[in-house]
Design a binder for this molecule. Structure first.
Ligand SMILES: Cc1cc2nc3c(=O)[nH]c(=O)nc-3n(C[C@H](O)[C@H](O)[C@H](O)COP(=O)(O)OP(=O)(O)OC[C@H]3O[C@@H](n4cnc5c(N)ncnc54)[C@H](O)[C@@H]3O)c2cc1C
Length: 541
């Protein structure tokens, strides 16, 4: 048994970051990080020296300057609980194994990131104080792309941009599926946090195939067909034999993924993007009712996005362009600004993929259903010059851009953003109730309903961007309180998050029940008895 509990990891009672609460964003970077519960100053100095011996002096960071980028995060952290104490960047699996052995010896917790761009969920910052970031950015080789099977095998530091450049360079006609900040993020990091994109391959974990994992004792394990001698099917067959374990390494702290296989989509001969424009906030339920049968039957094959107007406006505007009054931006103000940009209150983006003939056969069916929902069906012909249409048309073919990063500047350059992402079944009445509840809670704190829904196959991800000014400590505290109220009150209705940021991992884990938490703890104690890997990730210690 690790015997380490949440109280110890949060350093309750210890002098350190807790005492520094109340500092603004710029001061966070200067705050002196707190050591992990069982690590003394002297042993920390020794373990840094040993790690330097493994990776070289240049790749261990423990000073203010070196840690600056690792401390940066959009999420609220009024109590300064999410500040790493150091970082180490190995270049090979062997170096990862050596670091893990040192960490075990000194009981130094490690928080693994691939490219560390988990923006709005905590970036590279850990769930508890005293952790060192294990940064895998230097392990960035594309190990294989098989054009016939349409598969890839990559290391954690590979970005979507790097993989796209490889496909372009080698003229391989395969598409990626990217999150909206694809150029700077990694397939491995995104998939391990069960992220999404917007082609038919949008549910990334579904299209993952085979992993290599360094276990907390330093052993290297390959999942699926990867551990078979002379195997040629590692990226072709997901399940292997016996218990299927890949899921255990997603949203967890049971291992360090050092290689991951993924399936890529063959470029279709015909690709046609659409936008459905609905005028009223209250249209939200009928859009979902119209869309669900089309998604369940895969007539519309991609993860589609129902974008709320305020979210879209925030991509390319400052809040003061839309609303200068007190409290949340009103629907009237948002509607007026949306209209001026050819947007409705909800703008739903989807695409058809196939041959000219198959797309021509399906188009009238989807047009009929979506027109009946009261929406205007628009295409490249009508919306070609519109920057939002262009953004989504790019995303739905796996194209890369960073348009959405503008969200973080809605309230100035402070960069405050926390994603709240509850899931619900794709049913209109639940959507309407979720929208009303979100608007009520955000309104109570004066924040805006900058939100979208992603319609997966049978479920909705409600993607609420809580946008705040992180340079203002009072607003940061308010954002933290508002976020917790949303988690709690949505949870009471049965709507828990599919993924959450480092400040709220315990809160969300509690909603999934004690038996689940106990089971995770049982596994954790068996696999990682000293609690070395990412304590607090998904509420697991
Ligand atoms: C404007 C904006 C738009 C966004 N749009 C999307 C979107 O469309 N879809 C989406 O999914 N997300 C989106 N995000 C959230 C996030 O930025 C992405 O999911 C991003 O891909 C995650 O960062 P990363 O790829 O660098 O992963 P990392 O930050 O490296 O990893 C994510 C988490 O996975 C775990 N992990 C990472 N690597 C390993 C490893 N090798 N072994 C074990 N555990 C590991 C860690 O817990 C880590 O915290 C968006 C964020 C912003 C700000």
């Amino acid at each position: 048994m690790s015997g380490i509990n949440r109280r110890e990891f949060l350093g309750v009672g210890a002098a350190g970051l807790g005492a520094a609460a109340g500092l603004g964003f710029s001061e966070v970077a200067r705050a002196a990080p707190m050591l992990a519960p069982r690590v003394s100053k002297a042993s920390f100095a020794r373990l840094l020296a040993e790690m330097r011996g493994v990776v070289g002096d240049a790749w261990v960071y423990a000073d203010d300057q070196g840690l600056r980028s690792y401390k940066k995060s959009y999420t609220p952290d009024p109590q300064l609980q999410h500040v790493p104490v150091g970082a180490v960047a190995p270049q090979s699996v062997e170096e990862v194994q050596a670091i893990v052995r040192i960490a075990n010896h000194y009981r130094q917790p490690l928080w693994t990131v691939s490219t560390g761009k988990n923006l709005g969920y905590g970036s590279a910052t850990p769930a508890t104080p005293g952790q060192m970031v294990l940064d895998l950015k230097r392990m960035n080789r594309i190990l294989n792309v098989d054009p016939d099977l349409a598969t890839a095998l990559v290391e954690p530091g590979v970005t979507y941009q790097q993989l796209q450049d490889y496909l372009d360079e080698h003229k391989i006609p395969l598409w990626l599926d990217v999150p909206t900040i694809g150029p700077i993020a990694s397939p491995v990091g995104n998939t391990l946090d069960r992220g999404v994109g917007y082609t038919p391959y949008g549910d990334h974990f579904t299209f993952q195939c085979g992993m290599e994992v360094v276990l907390p004792n330093g052993d290297v394990m390959r999942t699926g067909m990867g551990s078979i001698k002379n195997s040629t099917t590692w990226q072709a067959f997901k399940w292997g034999y016996g218990p299927y374990v890949d899921g255990l390494f997603t949203q967890s702290n049971f291992g360090i993924c050092t290689k991951m296989g993924m399936w890529l989509m063959p470029k279709p001969p015909c690709y046609k993007p659409f936008m459905i424009r609905h005028a009223e906030m209250s249209d939200v339920a009928r859009i979902v009712e119209a869309m669900r049968p089309l998604r369940v039957a895969s007539l519309i094959p991609n993860v589609n996005l129902m974008m709320g107007a305020a979210y879209q406006l925030a991509m390319f505007n400052r809040r003061s362009d839309v609303w200068q009054g007190e409290g949340s931006a009103t629907d009237e103000a948002v509607k007026k600004a949306a209209k001026a940009n050819d947007l409705g209150m909800w703008n739903t983006y989807f695409a058809l993929y196939g041959t000219d003939e198959s797309v021509a056969a399906i188009e009238p069916i989807v047009r009929g259903a979506l027109t009946a929902s009261g929406g205007e069906v628009l295409t490249e012909k009508e919306m070609g010059g519109n920057p939002w249409f262009h953004h989504h048309a790019t995303l739905m073919r796996g194209g890369l851009n960073l348009d959405e990063i503008g969200l973080a500047r809605w309230k100035g350059n402070g960069g405050g953003l926390a994603w709240f992402a509850p899931v619900a079944p794709a049913k209109g009445d639940e959507t309407a109730r979720q929208t009303a509840l979100a608007k009520e809670i955000l309104g109570k704190y004066g924040f805006d309903y900058t939100a979208a829904y992603a319609i997966g196959w049978r479920e909705l991800h409600h993607i609420i961007a809580l946008l705040f000014d992180k340079t203002d400590p009072a607003e940061e505290q308010k954002a933290d309180t508002c976020y917790r109220e949303m988690v709690t009150r949505f949870g009471e209705q049965g709507w828990a998050s599919y993924r959450t940021g480092v400040p709220s991992m315990d809160l969300v884990a509690a909603q999934y029940g004690q038996v689940n938490r106990d089971f995770n703890k049982l596994l954790k104690n068996a696999i990682d008895p000293k609690g070395i890997l990412a304590p607090g990730k998904s509420g697991i210690y």
